[in-house]
Design a protein around this ligand. Sequence first.
Ligand code: SF4
Length: 323
Amino acid sequence: MKALALLSGGLDSILAARVIMEQGVEVIGVCFVTPFFGPDNARSAAKTLGIKLIEHDFTEEYFAMMKSPRYGFGGNMNPCIDCHGLMLKTAHGLLEKFDASFLITGEVLGERPMSQTRGGLNAVLKLSADRDLVLRPLSAKLLDPTKPEREGWVDREKLYDFSGRGRKRQEELAQKFGIKKYPQPAGGCLLTEEKYSQRLKELIAHEGLNRRDAELLSGGRHFRLDQRTKMVVGRNRSENQRLLDEASQGDMIIRPAEGIKGPVGIIRGDISQDLLQTAGKILARYCDRLEDQPVDINIYHNDKKESLTVMKPHEEFVLKWQI
Ligand code: SF4
């Protein structure tokens, strides 16, 4: 008997997989990848569990769902119920390929206000492809028996009745299994972060949702120059390097001229000469020159270099453009 475990990498998902492994079922981990969450935590969880991990990028389906999630968003841009539902539906489509018979999730009844109330768990099942194949080992005894339990593929008696927000029982179980390393709950999803969500909303309002721009939203200072043009400025060395790495064909790289300390910026979109002056001033604000002093700026675009000199503006100037 084989099962696919949705593995976020959080403690609940690790325990759910482990509980089923204890019953002699072969478990394969599945984690989902979008610009909003990646495989890092799941990779380390799979290592802890000693299981194989499938990393499945479903960004296109995710973006389509984000346009109008049936159960709406949580506190930020996190459509948790629809997100879980889509993960289960997608994982169901992988069962045959991996010769697995059912799905495991680490959901715990009452642990989260939106997606893990009894209504939330049922809503998630409605969105999944086959609710009878979704086993939640940590709360199974509080839920209707699923096919794996009824058919005796797993022993329901050895499953759990965890509920609520407390973590004590999970921690005890982790200790029993000798699991010491796991990330904090709800970590790793950018959609739960206020600042990221604000930028994402702004991006959707101006340019729609697209992978390339969504990937640029975490980190940096963001400026809207016009409806279709944005500028992102690094806040430190690693963000500067990341911007350089992520710059793609058509992006402009803007940085101070040699001898001036300051950040790297990316300008994305069509930009007029007037706006280029504005972008130069925004960058100058973060260069090591005094206010109202000239700053030389270089702009690189499609193998061409352009230079301009701007006066370093006061803070109010950049705040007008900042997202
Ligand atoms: S926190 Fe993020 S990854 Fe987790 S269910 Fe919500 S939207 Fe999905």
